[in-house]
Design a protein around this ligand. Structure first.
Ligand code: UFG
Length: 332
């Protein structure tokens, strides 16, 4: 298939582009490089031997998207491009709602114009919000998140569901990611955010590399076994393969499906730090700090639906995640 990957130079998008190319699909990347680097496209080529077509465009730019669809016969779209920093979204809600909603709407409009009917959407476990018990199951209400960022995912899921209701020949898969970490085994692709990382693993990577002095663990008084938050960490390559499976599923289907992509296991912050230290033989100095606003004590996926519907199951261990994350971070 000819697959448009928006945000294809980003962390999850680039790993997905690699898996798509390996599976024989033609990849067209649209990425405005607002939180990614152009050299990622070279690295995708180095890994796969195939250079994806690349358009440095903003998905809110309808004319630019139109030109991409006019040039390539796009069979399916995987939509990653979005603002994604939870804390920043609390400070700049309008920027988040404008960017994330406008991009998704513009993309759907252009897809409609060109008769493209397969859509894989990058959603998040955050759509389950603070009120659902874990493990999270897809049939639980996903109507309230804890941040404007998360709320954009709730809203876009709703927009897509309404669109599919009006267009029964369309197929959309809403992939709800848990916590992707780790990196491509080549060490060429990984999570390399601009500035000081918000997320745990890239922060640990910078501490390991000596670029940051120590990790601050946000809270050790949660009602969890060791007092630190528990999350469902999954390898980004597993996550990328999940997109490939979703695409194969959508190929000859219609309708909308929400699917969790997680391992089904909860791991605490302290356990992850310890796994990183053991896997890489590096000490990570840390201190305990106050809780971070909006963090939930614990959540992980019920991973059954991904298995039965998509035939997808996470393959990599926490140790693999930690080793590959360091293999990337030490050269980043
Ligand atoms: N953490 C620290 N110190 C840090 C960074 C993180 O202790 O420097 C802790 C957090 O408090 C949390 C855990 O590590 O307990 C994981 O934090 P991340 O920021 O890596 O991930 P989150 O679970 O907070 O964020 C993820 C996704 C978001 C999504 C959010 C919803 O990255 O896209 O879940 O909760 F919106």
């Amino acid at each position: 298939m000819n697959v448009l990957v928006t945000g294809g130079a980003g962390y999850i998008g680039s790993h997905t582009a690699v898996e798509l190319i390996h599976a024989g699909h033609k990849v067209i990347v649209a990425d405005d490089l607002s939180n990614a680097k152009a050299e990622v496209i070279d690295r995708i080529e180095t890994i796969t031997g195939t250079r994806p077509a690349f358009y440095p465009i903003d998905c809110k730019d309808k004319a630019a998207l139109d030109a991409v669809f006019a040039e390539h016969k796009i069979d399916a779209v995987i939509h990653f491009a979005a603002f994604k920093a939870v804390g920043e979204s609390v400070q700049k809600p309008l920027a988040y709602y404008r960017n994330n909603l406008d991009s998704a709407l513009t993309l759907l409009e252009v897809m409609e114009k060109f008769g493209c009917r397969k859509f894989i959407f990058s959603s998040s476990a955050t759509v389950y919000g603070p009120d659902n018990p874990y493990p999270y199951k897809e049939e639980m209400p996903a109507v309230k998140s804890t941040s404007p960022y998360g709320q954009t995912k709730v809203m876009i899921e709703r927009i897509i569901a309404d669109y599919v209701a009006a267009n029964p020949d369309f197929c959309a898969v809403l992939l709800r990611y848990f916590n992707p970490i780790g990196a491509h085994e080549s060490g060429l692709l990984g999570d390399d955010p601009n500035g000081i990382p918000n997320n745990l693993m890239p922060y640990i990577g910078r501490v390991a590399a000596g670029k940051l002095e120590k990790l601050t663990i946000f809270g050790n008084d949660y009602p969890t076994p060791d007092g630190t938050c528990r999350r469902d960490y999954l390898h980004v390559v597993d996550l990328a393969v999940g997109h490939l499976k979703a695409l194969e599923f959508a190929k000859d289907k219609t309708g909308v499906e929400a699917v969790n992509l997680g391992t089904g296991n909860g791991v605490s912050v302290l356990e992850l730090v310890s796994a990183f230290q053991d896997a890489n033989n590096i000490k990570i100095p840390y201190v305990f700090g106050p809780r971070r606003d909006g963090d939930l004590p614990a959540f992980w996926a019920d991973a059954e639906k991904a298995k039965t519907l998509l035939g997808w199951e996470a393959q990599y261990s926490v140790e693999d995640m930690c080793r590959s994350a360091w293999n990337f971070a030490k050269n980043a």
